[in-house]
Structures are given as structure tokens and as C-alpha cells.
Design a protein around this ligand. Sequence first.
Ligand code: ADP
Length: 177
Amino acid sequence: MEVKVYKSTLTLVEGDITNEETDAIVNAANTRLAGGAGVDGAIHRAGGPSIMEECRKIGGCPTGQAVITTGGNLKAKYVIHTVGPVYQGGNKGEAQLLQSAHLESLKLASARNLKSIAFPAISTGVYGYPVNEAAQIALKTAIDYLREHSDIELVRFVLFGRKTYDIFADELKKLMP
Ligand code: ADP
């Protein structure tokens, strides 16, 4: 699915984010930038050890913030590592932190003059965020950003599996009828 947001494009695809050729891909990292399961493990496996070396030098990243490394062996030139919240029922500031994780990633891409960025469904795996709620926050944050910042030409959400893709597509239809 693809929509135009002012001068930019927002797309949803089903797939594996490690294959993306966008300027940056976003990693759903943890605060220690220690690597782990899910998309984080997949990115480090595909990108090779240089990404982890850079992460070690950076040291860590608070929840809702973002840091950047090069892309190692990936096709993407950079990896933006952001930390989404662990879902604890929804009343612990999770929505604001998830919005911030997306916003800080987009700001970092703009600051580096990047034109395209791909996001996974941050926090919806091990961190337990309900996919429909996470999709609404992720998409709204990207849409609002692109309305104000046309320097980023493409935001792509790369969803792992049909189910997650379908939920994102439903939420995008609600936001961009
Ligand atoms: P978190 O800890 O933020 O919940 P996870 O990696 O556990 O992060 O899950 C986030 C989302 O990333 C989930 O929807 C999961 O299915 C998805 N995912 C896992 N591997 C990949 C991949 N290679 N490409 C894109 N998305 C992936």
C-alpha cells in the first residue's frame, strides 16, 4: 500500500527489513544496544559485527530516543537504533514513548540528510505492544512529520508477516481515507 503525504511517499510492504535499500533502516533495539532477538538480531546478523562495534562505542540509548550507526554489510547505508517501550498495559506513558521513538528516528534521518527510511513494527514483538495501537501511533507520527518535512522523500514500513501488514494497512486507511 502506498500513499502520498504532501511531497513524500509512505509505503507499507510485507517483508524482511534487512533486505531494504533505503538510506537507513530502523532497528527496534534495547537500551543497552546489546542486540537480541527479533528484528534486532536479524539486523546484526545480516549487517555483520561492525554495527555492534559502533553500538558498543555509543554505549546505550534511552527508551524513546535514537542513535545512528553505519549499515555494515547491509544495503542500507545506516542503521538508526531506537528503543520502543515495553507495553505494560498502556498507562505507563507507552504511547508517548513509542511516538518519540519514531519521531527521534525521523529527526536523525533529516539531520543526516537521508532521503529514505524503513521502519519495522517497533515494540510489537517481544515488547508486547498491541499491533493496532502501535500501527496507529507509528503511522500518525510519520504522516505528521512528512507534512512538515519534505526532505525525507520515502518512509516505508516493512512488516514481518501478513497479519501485521494487514493491521497496518487498516490503520493507514483510517488515517488517510
Ligand atoms: P520489540 O522488542 O521492539 O518488540 P521485536 O524485534 O521483538 O522488537 O519485534 C518488532 C517487530 O519486528 C515484530 O513485528 C516482529 O515480527 C518484527 N520482525 C522480526 N524480524 C523482522 C525482520 N527481519 N524484518 C522486519 N520485521 C521483523
